[in-house]
Ligand binder design. Structure first.
Ligand SMILES: N[C@@H](CCC(=O)N[C@@H](CS)C(=O)NCC(=O)O)C(=O)O
Length: 207
C-alpha cells in the first residue's frame, strides 16, 4: 500500500488526475469505482468525497476532491516533478489562475453553450464570459508558449489541456488551430500515454 490512494472511475474527470499522477511519478494505489452501479454513493466513499464524485485523492490520511485542487496539491506536494510554481514567486499567481480557469470558467461556459438556460441572467451576474471569449483568453495565454506558463509544463496544462481535449472530443469546443496544436503537444507526452494505457487496461474491471 502506498501513501497515495486515488479514487477513480473510467471515462470520468478522474482521467485528469490519473495523467497528473503519471506526470508526478510517485507510486499510487487506485480504488476504481463503478458510478453506474452506485458505488459513488457508498458510505465509505462519501467519507472521502462528500459529494460522492470522483476524482478524490487521499494522501497520508487527508482527503482532497476537485480536479484543480488535487492537481495543485500534487504539484506542490511533489515539487521534484517540476509541475508547480513555488509560493513566493511572482509567476505563482498566473499559475494559480490557469489551474482554476478550466473548471471555474471554461467548463461552465461550455455547458451553458451545450445546454442553454431558459432565462438569461445579466452577464455581470455570472463569474465568467462566454466560451469564445474564454478560448481567446487561452490562446492569448499560450502566446508565450508552448505551455500556459511559457517554457515550463505545469499542472495547469494537465487541468486546462484535459478540459480542452475533452471538449473537442465531444464537439463542445471548436477545434481552433492554436488549441488543437496545444492539445496535440500535451497528448504526445509519455505520462499522458501511460495514463491512457492504464485506463484502457482497467476498463474491463470498471463495470
Ligand atoms: N467539480 C468536480 C466535478 C467532479 C464530477 O462531476 N465528477 C463526475 C465524474 S466526471 C462524477 O463523479 N459523477 C458522478 C455523480 O455525479 O454522481 C471536479 O472538478 O472534480
Amino acid at each position: 500500500m502506498t501513501e497515495l490512494m486515488f479514487y477513480h472511475a473510467i471515462s470520468s474527470r478522474g482521467a485528469v488526475v490519473r495523467w497528473m499522477l503519471e506526470e508526478v511519478g510517485e507510486p499510487y494505489d487506485v480504488t476504481l469505482l463503478n458510478l453506474k452501479a452506485g458505488e459513488g454513493r457508498k458510505p465509505e466513499f462519501l467519507a472521502v468525497s462528500p459529494q460522492g464524485k470522483v476524482p478524490a485523492l487521499v494522501h497520508k490520511g487527508e482527503a482532497t476532491t476537485e480536479v484543480a485542487a488535487i492537481c495543485l496539491y500534487l504539484a506542490d506536494a511533489f515539487p521534484r516533478a517540476g509541475l508547480t510554481v513555488p509560493v513566493g514567486e511572482p509567476r505563482r499567481g498566473r499559475f494559480l489562475q490557469w489551474i482554476v480557469f478550466n473548471p471555474s470558467a471554461i467548463e461552465p461556459a461550455m455547458m451553458d453553450a451545450k445546454f442553454p438556460r431558459t432565462e438569461n441572467p445579466p452577464p455581470t451576474a455570472i463569474g465568467y464570459r462566454n466560451l469564445d471569449t474564454l478560448l481567446d483568453v487561452v490562446v492569448q495565454g499560450l502566446g508565450r508558449g508552448p505551455y500556459l506558463m511559457g517554457e515550463q509544463f505545469t499542472a495547469a496544462d494537465v487541468v486546462t489541456g484535459s478540459g480542452l481535449r475533452w471538449g473537442m472530443l465531444f464537439g463542445m469546443i471548436p477545434e481552433r488551430r492554436e488549441l488543437k496544436d496545444y492539445v496535440a503537444r500535451l497528448t504526445a507526452r509519455e505520462a499522458f500515454q501511460r495514463a491512457e494505457e492504464k485506463d484502457a487496461k482497467a476498463r474491463p474491471q470498471a463495470g
